[in-house]
Design a protein. Structure first.
Length: 120
């Protein structure tokens, strides 16, 4: 399993784990762990070819992008618009764990645990 190496740049958004899955007939399946959608998009772009299928998988295992179904540039444009829309609509809640991808309607794992613990 590979890990995205971060350069001197810090991701603008980080989550627990985003995975780029590369499926190639000869090499099989390769899973590349990334710390943000920004890095996952870069990694997917680097691995795109006519001989393989590239997917971006959320930390929950949901396929967010597949090269079989959509052009990466179009998906990225849509993803950025949704990200901006979410910021404009404003989620005033700030994650106590510093997870910038943690929203009221989509909590990070730590906040979900806190919520469950508060219920007991």
């Amino acid at each position: 399993m590979k890990t995205c190496i971060m350069s001197n740049h810090h991701p603008t958004e980080s989550t627990d784990l985003i995975t780029v899955v590369v499926l190639e007939e000869k090499r099989g399946r390769e899973r590349i762990d990334c710390g943000s959608y920004e890095h996952a998009i870069e990694t997917a772009r680097d691995n795109l070819s006519t001989q393989n299928v590239v997917k971006i998988e959320s930390k929950e295992g949901e396929i967010m992008y597949s090269s079989e179904r959509m052009n990466l540039d179009e998906w990225e444009k849509h993803w950025r618009m949704e990200k901006k829309r979410a910021l404009v609509e404003g989620d005033d809640r700030e994650c106590p764990y510093g997870n910038s991808a943690c929203f009221e309607d989509d909590l990070c794992v730590e906040c979900k645990i806190d919520k469950v613990q508060k219920g007991y």
